[in-house]
Structures are given as structure tokens and as C-alpha cells.
Write a new protein. Sequence first.
Lengths: 110, 119
Amino acid sequence: KNEVEQSPQNLTAQEGEFITINCSYSVGISALHWLQQHPGGGIVSLFMLSSGKKKHGRLIATINIQEKHSSLHITASHPRDSAVYICAVEPGAGSYQLTFGKGTKLSVIP
Amino acid sequence: DARVTQTPRHKVTEMGQEVTMRCQPILGHNTVFWYRQTMMQGLELLAYFRNRAPLDDSGMPKDRFSAEMPDATLATLKIQPSEPRDSAVYFCASVKTLDGGKGFNQPQHFGDGTRLSIL
């Protein structure tokens, strides 16, 4: 079973700061997902990536398959970015199960 | 925008009662998942279906939980009898997967969840 570790567990930042959330996993995967969960509970998929880097607005996700590591970056953070960010890995090879990290709770203070 | 719809949004009931949660996946999505989220364990997979066939329910306590997909537009998760430790948020998600075991080709779409409290 894949072990998915996220760091930090909690993160408080001032508005405008550059933020990095890390995710590492123990077994090779076919893809990695970053999810966002706002207070009140809804879960939204931010990125799905299997190599390299993806960018969407102020969010950037990178993955290093050899090192089994991914990072989610937020540039010019804003209070509306406050949420829990969850990393999940997909094994591929016909298995559709996701294994989730415990999440990183981000609070951006004005 | 197409959405995964879950009902009810909230459910409070007493221990021992039957609980049924429903999910309407996005039209055209052929793979449906049930997840449970708790503070202690985070998100965990309970069961999932592909083309309405159950593929894996190893994450589900079989003695009290059951998951079905009576048709392509409805998935259900039942707990009978319910226990206080079942209190959690239950999420349904759907995605369209391709044949040939190629895994996901698109991100999963999550419903808003059912917040279940068993007293």
C-alpha cells in the first residue's frame, strides 16, 4: 500500500506570501492529484499530473517521479486560498483507487 | 456545470437506525466512488463501481455497510445498523475511465458530501 505523507500539516501565511506544500509517496504511481477542500466541505480537483509541472492562475504543481515527490505552490497568496490541500496518488495498472494524504490546512491572514 | 449530486446533505439519527445515502454521478461518468472522511483518518475509499459493477469494497465494513448501483444514474450507500463511530462525512465522486485498465484520464468530480451524525 502506498504511504502518502504531506508537510506541513498546518501552515499560516501572510497575504502575498509564496507558499509551498509538499507531498511524498512510497510506491511508484501513474498520476498524482492535488485537491482543495474549503471550510464547509466541498472538494475540488486542482491538478492531476504524471510528470513535470502544471500551472493554473497562481497555483503551480510539480512532480518528480524519480524522487516520488510533488509540490504545490501558491504565488501571491490571498485569504480566499485558505483551505485544506490534499494530495492523492493513483497507482494505475487498472486500479482506480486513490490513496490520500492527511491534508495541509492553510490559513492566509490579511 | 455538470455536478455530482449527493442527498441528503446532513443526516442526524440514533444508533441502530438504517441510513441511506444517495449519489447521482455526472452523466456519462462510468466510475463511481464512495469515500469517508474523518478527522482522524482523513479520506478513505469505501467502495467503487465501474460500469455499475462493484470493483472493490474492501474498505467497507461488510457486516453493516452495503453499496449498490441500481442504474447508471444512482449509487447508494447504506448503513444498517448505524453506530456512533460511523459519524463522518461521506463523499461520492465520479469520473469517466477508459477501457483497457488505463487508470484515470480525468480528475474525479466530488459531490458536496453527506454529513452523518449517529447519536
